[in-house]
Write a new protein. Sequence first.
Length: 378
Amino acid sequence: MSFDSFHLHPALHANLTSLGYKQATPIQSQSIPVLLKGKDLLGIAKTGSGKTASFALPILNQLVNIREGEKNRQPKILVLVPTRELAVQVEEVFKALSGNLPRPIKSMAVYGGVSINPQMKAIYGVDILIATPGRLLDLQRSNAVDLSKVERLVIDEADKMLNLGFQKEMEELLQHLPKQRQNMLFSATLSEQLSGLNKILLSNPVVIKIEEKEEEVKLINLSGYFVSNERKGPLLRHLIREKNMTQVLVFTSSGVKADKVAGKLNKNGIQALAIHGKKSQSGRMRALDKFKSGELQVLVSTDLISRGIDIDALPYVINYELPRSPKDFVHRVGRTGRAESKGVAITFVTREETHHLKVILKKMKRYMDIVDSESLEF
Ligand code: ADP
Ligand code: MG
């Protein structure tokens, strides 16, 4: 579907063109009209399907049409996301879409792990605030920001945000928002928590669920290897060399493991960095930027960056260790095969994990060929 039918501000169209967006994706086609009408929405669509612009476009369109005099100096729009890296990325999308508008629209990402003072100074006069919950609460408690003027709330990666891990912070934050507001929840995976809490959050929401077509599911080629823990390192190096992988994202289940795997790769002449929650924020950003730009061959990560992070045409994802939950598996492999591009996701499985893998694949409604690596020479 063309973007023309939404009658967005011409400057927004120009920005879409310069981003190379020609057609709206299915989630964009269906949610933009609903959101332009000011309705609450629960939008479910697979990873990489363009959910960010689904909320960013109607938000910007509304802001650009506000007359100057009506402007207040506190955020009108709040976007909540689970990780710092995703906050930065979503803010980049808002920036890219808000170039050359007739009145400047200010967006800003706030997140923890970096010093709070510069954020306190810069936050005044921001229209769109993209935040992780913890840092936003800190800013709120120190009166650096007033959330009572928020008119629209977006919760991206909603199932994660409404999960137990964020519950206390989310409850506290929501108390500071006006009751009367538009709510937009977006997610690739739906969970029990989401179906429970959205009843509280959303008033009579429109629910849009984009079902995947067969051929779209196949954009990600899934395959696996049975391998013992001791042979995982050698198998990883063998695959990287044999398949000439120039850009590969490797998932482990702990930060300690991520460091070990990256260290071992470097020792063997394969350039790798690790990213996880125990690393400094500047180290995290540097590793991700280098990887996104193609400068870094291997990024080894925990599930920290399994959510929402968009790496242009990433060809390979490797699950060095299986995630515990099938949902994490979906998000991990969804870092590849984004937009229309193809991707390959390779999973390492120990014999003891066979049952667990079956559970995951059943949830994904996918089949996967698994090769026994014992017979491979490397
Ligand atoms: P999601 O949040 O659903 O995982 P994103 O919003 O991160 O997906 O978008 C995934 C990728 O698709 C990004 O690189 C984005 O620039 C691109 N994209 C989004 N919408 C379009 C479109 N209409 N046309 C082309 N590319 C798009
Ligand atoms: Mg997203």
